[in-house]
Design a protein around this ligand. Structure first.
Ligand SMILES: Cc1cc2nc3c(=O)[nH]c(=O)nc-3n(C[C@H](O)[C@H](O)[C@H](O)COP(=O)(O)OP(=O)(O)OC[C@H]3O[C@@H](n4cnc5c(N)ncnc54)[C@H](O)[C@@H]3O)c2cc1C
Length: 416
């Protein structure tokens, strides 16, 4: 048994943990970072990055199949899913090497072991070593929620971890839950031609979104012939036969259960330890974990109520701030600009969607976008929201043509 001294000890090397480590080290602190699995956490190894890598391939595949309208004819389009997986792994490894190098350059001591936080100043490893730390950050992340009757078996009933490692695509899949993970996988699978069905307990798909966004998503999924059951759940599963709550019976080859994630914390929280990211059970997004890390290391506060949400795929869905259903009717101004009113959308053949702004006293308090490039457009509005820039002031900005952002400019004139 040995004892070591550090300024800062961090458990978990996901976006929260590695960001805190890099920033604290830059600020001159000696830092030890523990990771029991792979550097990069869920985001890099089992979340944001691998799903977006596979999503990208699925979109190129679907576009290639449907490019005749653009005047392009192709021969037989073949998919080699093992190559899709190979590329996903390459992307992960490349990015992981980048983070590992950054940690090395910053002189962060990385220990690839499970660690236990004993108290507000001590971390223990299984071999009995003690790390005395002036400060401790717990960034242990989260794991897929297990639902009774839908326990993961890695073969038929899959978690978001299991589905990433499929070596071949199924013919059909049932997705339980229509949050970000469920919808992104529904898009991936249907792009690849897998017969995809969604079961959602709430009244609408993507129930965390603004009501008009949810309704638009439903319309888009109907057009794409992705059936979904609302106000529904899984009643029973017997011999791969799935009975849903309306007694309809489905026979999917696989089921993906995407019904949320639970924090990786077994004991009670320890006073004096700072908890950041998914483990807090608040907003489970990588950028939220990153901002919480920077808030801790660099004392840069951030508006948690303005944390952006993005669902990737075609079209992107992005929002921040208040939703229409959260506000009393009559207290706000609202405007919706159709993406089809923008020249660029016709050039790109991507006319689906809208930009919706909610404002009070000439300040934007909610933004909800369904569009190609929605994630980038959202960021422009967020800067205005964060800085209380009025809609009048925003009108002074020159927006390039032809762009999707012009839709923001148009909306400003409709909202006052
Ligand atoms: C399929 C999927 C897609 C996603 N897509 C997006 C997206 O597009 N955008 C987005 O913002 N978010 C996305 N997320 C969420 C995002 O991955 C998480 O919000 C983010 O990873 C949280 O970061 P974190 O640092 O809090 O924890 P994590 O990334 O979960 O990292 C925690 C780390 O701690 C380690 N650990 C746990 N306990 C111990 C211990 N005792 N000792 C040592 N190490 C330990 C774990 O092994 C893990 O590596 C997605 C998640 C999933 C599952």
């Amino acid at each position: 048994m040995e004892e070591f001294d550090f300024d800062l000890g961090i458990v978990g090397a996901g976006p929260g943990g590695y960001t805190a480590a890099l920033h604290a080290a830059k600020n001159g602190k000696s830092v030890v970072l523990f990771e029991k699995d792979e550097i990069g956490g869920i985001c890099l190894n089992k979340g944001c990055i691998p799903t977006k890598s596979i999503l990208h391939t699925s979109e190129v595949y679907a576009q290639t199949l449907n490019c005749a309208d653009l005047g392009i004819s192709v021969g037989e389009v073949k998919l080699d899913y093992s190559k899709v997986q190979e590329r996903k792994t390459q992307v992960i490894e490349k990015l992981r090497k980048g983070i590992e190098l950054a940690l090395k350059n910053a002189k962060v001591k990385v220990i690839k072991e499970e660690a236990k936080i004993k108290n507000s100043t001590q971390i223990l490893t299984k071999d009995g070593n003690i790390f005395n730390c002036k400060e401790i950050i717990c960034a242990t992340g989260s794991s897929p929620r297990i639902i009774k009757g839908l326990e993961f078996d890695g073969e038929f009933i899959l978690s978001s971890d299991d589905i990433l490692n499929l070596q071949a695509l199924p013919k059909s899949i049932l997705i339980v839950g229509s949050g970000a993970i469920g919808l992104e996988w529904a898009r991936i699978m249907s792009n690849f031609g897998v017969q995809t069905t969604i079961v959602e307990m709430a009244q609408h798909l993507l129930p965390i979104a603004d009501i008009e966004v949810s309704k638009r998503v439903e319309r888009i999924f109907k057009t794409k012939k992705i059936p979904f059951y609302l106000n529904s759940s899984i009643k029973k599963i017997e011999n791969k036969e799935v009975t849903i709550s309306n007694d309809e019976i489905l026979h999917p080859e696989k089921i993906l259960v995407a019904t949320g994630r639970i924090p990786n914390i077994t004991d009670n929280k320890i006073d004096g330890v700072k908890y950041i990211g998914d483990v807090t059970g608040q907003i489970q997004l990588a950028h939220f974990a990153i901002k919480e890390a920077i808030e801790e290391t660099d004392s840069i506060p951030f508006r948690k109520d303005l944390t952006p949400s993005v669902i990737y795929g075609t079209p992107e869905i992005a929002w921040a701030g208040k939703r229409e259903q959260d506000l009393e009717a009559g207290t706000l101004k609202k405007t919706t600009t159709l993406i089809s009113s923008l020249g660029k959308s016709h050039c790109d053949n991507e006319t689906e969607g809208f930009i919706k702004l909610l404002a009070q006293d000439k300040k934007i308090i909610g933004v909800h976008i369904v569009s190609k490039e929605a994630s980038s457009m959202l960021q422009q509005i967020l800067i205005a929201m964060q800085n209380d820039i009025t809609t009048d002031k925003l009108k002074e900005v020159c927006f390039a043509h032809p762009t999707y952002s012009e839709g923001i400019f148009e909306s400003l004139f409709k909202i006052n």
